[in-house]
Ligand binder design. Structure first.
Ligand SMILES: Nc1ncnc2c1ncn2[C@@H]1O[C@H](COP(=O)(O)OP(=O)(O)OP(=O)(O)O)[C@@H](O)[C@H]1O
Ligand SMILES: [Mg+2]
Length: 228
C-alpha cells in the first residue's frame, strides 16, 4: 500500500526533514507514526498525498511512484486517501451535511449518491443527530467525528490522520482513535501521526519511530516509548 525506499526530503532552505526513510505498509494495517516535534511526520504525510515530492528515493502509494503521477492521476491518488486533520478543516458556516457533500461533489459523486452515503457515514461515526447542525455549533469531539465522516465518505482505501486528537481531551481522544480502529477493522488502512502516549500504549498497534528525519524503530504491538 505504501512502499518507501530511501526517501529523503530536503526543503529549499537546506533543511533535511527526512533522511533515507524506508518502510513498507501493507493493505489493512493500522500504523502509528511517532516522534518529537520536527521529526518529519507531517512531511512524510504530505508526500503520501503528493503535496510534496521526495528529493531522492522512491515513494510508492497503491503501487505507483508518486513522483511520476501527473495531474489527473494525483486527483485519483487523493480520492483514494481520506485525510483527517488536527484542526478539522471544516467549513465553519456550513452544516455537517454540506461539508461532506462538498467533499463528495469534488470527487464527482452524484446528488443521489450523496443523499444515500452521507447518513451512512454519519451513522458510522455516531453523529447522525447532528447532520443539519452547523459546524460552529459542534464540540471538538463532534468536529473530529465530522472530519472522519468526510474522510471516509468516498470510501478511501487508506486514511492518513496527522495528530487527529491534538485538540481533544483524553477521553474524547480515545473515542476518536477507537473510531479509526473500527474503520480499520472493516478493511481501510489507517496511518496516524500522534504525540498521544495514552492512545498508542492502549491500542498496541504497529509503531514507526521517527527521530530527526530517520526511522529509528518499527515495532509490532509497539508502545509510545520505544522498547530497546
Ligand atoms: N516548508 C518548510 N520549509 C522548511 N522546513 C520545513 C518546512 N516544513 C517543515 N520543515 C522542517 O522540516 C522538519 C520536519 O517538520 P515536520 O513538520 O515534518 O515535523 P513533525 O514531525 O510533523 O513535527 P510536529 O510533531 O511538530 O508536527 C522540521 O525541522 C521543520 O522545521
Ligand atoms: Mg506535524
Amino acid at each position: 500500500m505504501i512502499e518507501a525506499v530511501n526517501v529523503t526530503k530536503k526543503y529549499n532552505d537546506g533543511n533535511q526533514a527526512l533522511k533515507k526513510v524506508s518502510f513498507l505498509i501493507d493493505r489493512g494495517e493500522f500504523v502509528f507514526l511517532v516522534g518529537q516535534s520536527g521529526a518529519g511526520k507531517s512531511t512524510l504525510f504530505k508526500m503520501i498525498i503528493k503535496e510534496l515530492v521526495p528529493t531522492s528515493g522512491t515513494l510508492k502509494v497503491f503501487g505507483r511512484d508518486v513522483s511520476r503521477l501527473r495531474g489527473k492521476e494525483v486527483s485519483v491518488l487523493r480520492r483514494n486517501i481520506g485525510i483527517v486533520f488536527q484542526d478539522f478543516r471544516l467549513l465553519e458556516e456550513k452544516t455537517v451535511y454540506d461539508n461532506i457533500a462538498f467533499a463528495m461533489r469534488a470527487s464527482g459523486a452524484s446528488p443521489r449518491e450523496m443523499r444515500k452515503r452521507i447518513p451512512q457515514v454519519l451513522e458510522q461515526v455516531g453523529l447522525k443527530k447532528k447532520v443539519y447542525s452547523r459546524v460552529n455549533e459542534l464540540s471538538g469531539g463532534e468536529l473530529q467525528r465530522a472530519g472522519i465522516a468526510r474522510a471516509i465518505s468516498n470510501r478511501p482505501a487508506m486514511i492518513v490522520a496527522d495528530e487527529p486528537t491534538g485538540n481533544l481531551d483524553p477521553q474524547t481522544s480515545m473515542d476518536i482513535i477507537k473510531l479509526l480502529r473500527n474503520i480499520n477493522v472493516k478493511g481501510t488502512t489507517v496511518l496516524v501521526a500522534t504525540h498521544d502516549q495514552q492512545i498508542v500504549d492502549e491500542l498496541k498497534k504497529r509503531v514507526i519511530y521517527l527521530e530527526e528525519g530517520r526511522i529509528v524503530g518499527d515495532q509490532e504491538k509497539g508502545a509510545y516509548v520505544r522498547a530497546l
